[in-house]
Design a protein around this ligand. Structure first.
Ligand SMILES: Cc1ncc(COP(=O)(O)O)c(C=O)c1O
Length: 343
């Protein structure tokens, strides 16, 4: 199945995780809700340093880094970024140096937030950690990364920068064009016809790539993006623009129109990286009914939207949830989650 996907299989890619990830049914939640059939695509199970959606995205960034002969990789993100953690994992496996810039994006005075979860894993993986005082300045964060890269170049190194701000080719989104193709194959083999898909929408690389891939392969069921970072009216044009950029990278016309970009920000409050009651309930439901580990920042918020959609759904519908991982963050949010148990 490569129709409509142009150069996808010709672009440089480093593959460290076997595919496909499992597509599983959620029988216990299904029984409890007594509504649609429910499935989960388990991208949280990639066997690389706790896995998650960023594995697929980094395959393409590291493909380009390797092609350029890089010996070091630089990345920026929130303190508890899964992208940064998995970048450090790729770098460790490929023998590259990794520089992580941690942005102050979440108002948290909890020492666990800065020392546990993804930060702990990054230290174990041998990454060098830097900090950046602003969490909403994508261009500034990129500029600071470039300064660190310039320092590395001056000492004879060959750095590769993974940028945050729009304006750079969204190589990571290609990972989810691949993910959509993989899932399309599983749906066909298992004779599943989804009525809708639910995915988290942060930088938008996952949402845009997944939507692009499904549409390019002729699957036209709605894809609901769940805002975890910014409001829906800001995210909608961002996703559409990303789809246009994916089309350019692949050398094909974009199969995505504005009406395809469905977004909810109902589960975002009080903001990025901050827990709300619906997300807490979704994390508890996923874990206690299906042993699914969801995080407070990304997959838990997406699961809150998925459960809401399922509870309003009809018995003849089939819903598919994309589990993007984020597991290590539950330890950094241990005190916050623990409040639910009266700790
Ligand atoms: C676990 C997890 N899920 C979802 C997302 C959102 O993905 P994207 O940035 O591609 O929109 C992220 C982003 O960091 C993530 O770490």
């Amino acid at each position: 199945m490569t129709d409509g996907l142009g150069r996808l299989d010709e672009l440089p890619r480093v593959r460290l995780a076997p595919d496909p990830t499992p597509l599983e049914r959620l029988p216990n939640i299904e029984r409890e809700i007594a509504g649609p059939r429910l499935y989960v695509k388990r991208d949280d199970t990639h066997p690389l340093a706790f896995g998650g959606n960023k594995v697929r995205q980094l395959e393409f960034y590291f493909g380009e880094a390797r092609e350029q002969g890089a010996d070091s990789v630089l990345i920026t993100g929130a303190v508890q970024s899964n992208f940064c953690r998995l970048c450090a994992a790729f770098a460790a496996r490929l023998g590259l140096e990794c520089h992580i810039q941690m942005e102050d994006r979440v108002p948290s005075g909890d020492p666990l937030y800065r020392s546990s979860g993804n930060v702990l894993v990054e230290r174990l993986l041998g990454a060098t950690l830097h900090s950046y005082p602003d969490g909403e300045d994508e261009a500034g964060a990129d500029a600071r990364l470039e300064e660190i890269a310039a320092g590395l170049r001056a000492s004879g190194r060959t750095p590769y920068v993974i940028h945050l701000a729009p304006g750079h080719p969204p190589l990571g989104a290609l990972g989810y064009v691949v993910g959509a193709r993989e899932l399309a194959g599983q749906l066909e083999a298992m004779e599943i016809r989804p009525s809708a898909f639910v995915v988290p929408s942060g930088s938008g690389a996952t949402h845009a790539g997944f939507l692009f891939g499904l549409r390019a392969l002729g699957i036209d069921a709605p894809v609901l993006g769940v805002c975890v970072r910014r409001a829906a009216d800001l995210q909608q044009p961002r996703i559409l623009a990303r789809c246009g950029e994916i089309a350019k990278l692949l050398g094909v016309p974009s199969p995505v129109i504005a009406a395809d970009v469905q977004i909810t920000d109902e589960f975002l409050a009080p903001g990025y990286g901050q827990l709300n009651p619906a997300t807490r309930e979704a994390i508890m439901t996923g874990a206690s009914r299906e042993a699914l580990m969801l995080d407070p920042v990304y997959s838990g918020k997406a699961m809150a939207a998925f459960l809401d959609r399922a509870r309003r759904g009809a018995a003849e519908e089939t819903l598919v949830f994309l589990h993007t991982g984020g597991t290590p963050a539950i330890f950094a949010y241990g005190n916050v989650l623990g409040e639910g148990f009266g700790w």
